[in-house]
Design a protein around this ligand. Sequence first.
Ligand code: NAD
Length: 260
Amino acid sequence: MRLKGKVAVVSGAASGIGKEIATTYIREGANVVIADLNQAAADAAAKEMSGPTGKAIGVVMDVTDEQQVIDGMKKAAEAFGGIDILVSNAGIQTVEPLDQFKFADWKRLLAIHLDGAFLTTRSALQYMYKQGRGGSIIYMGSVHSKEASVLKAPYVTAKHGLIGLAKVVAKEGAKHKVRANVICPGFVRTPLVEKQIPEQARELGISEEDVIKKVMLKETVDGEFTTTQDVAEVALFFASFESNALTGQSLVVSHGWFMQ
Ligand code: NAD
């Protein structure tokens, strides 16, 4: 029970990595707010994971919408008595060569990953500073916070940007005992990746099997996908590490695809 009595907000937690993190936090005693685009999906995920060790509620929140973030974070703080952990996880992927990239698609991706991280962070900090009991902010980066790949210009740009944001939060938050860190997963088989396999096959003119073997997992040490559980355990580690000794860091969990 490493998070007993803590309150966590996880954006994009109705699916994939965020859902696994929320489930893991509840197992460890936290109460969790599932913040996602669709109220029904957030509520369904919350119902599924609530149990004897912790409760979840669903909150509708488009992380690019300033007012929805303010309202959603307020609901979260009122429901469980404050906010101790923010996992800024909501994200999308769009693959397109840079010379063809539509400006609207570029802006949409940056808004979800960067505006979303900023808006949720700003709200979380206001509660954390006022509460005076510290806090942990965790950004869902990627190996693409460190490396580039073809077809992913805005994603690589945004994921690099999150490392900069985390470092600023680490510096400004330190005197309030608020830490900020970034998790950088390799490929995880969530809906976000399932969607990309045929898209990349089409763009690169190769089979879907080759996208998996020769693009996604080529540089790993063992040809394996990272799992949602792998990422959730790192999210638990960052959330439960209570001192400023571990702040402003990024940790790659990718089967050795990228080595620091
Ligand atoms: P997913 O598609 O399973 O889940 C993403 C969730 O984010 C969905 O529930 C979706 O509704 C939500 N979302 C999208 N736009 C939103 C918005 N504007 N406001 C609120 N919620 C929104 O994807 P996933 O693979 O679990 O991705 C989660 C995070 O992990 C993303 O930031 C992604 O970039 C990152 N990531 C994923 C992988 C991977 O291989 N799957 C690897 C590294 C990093």
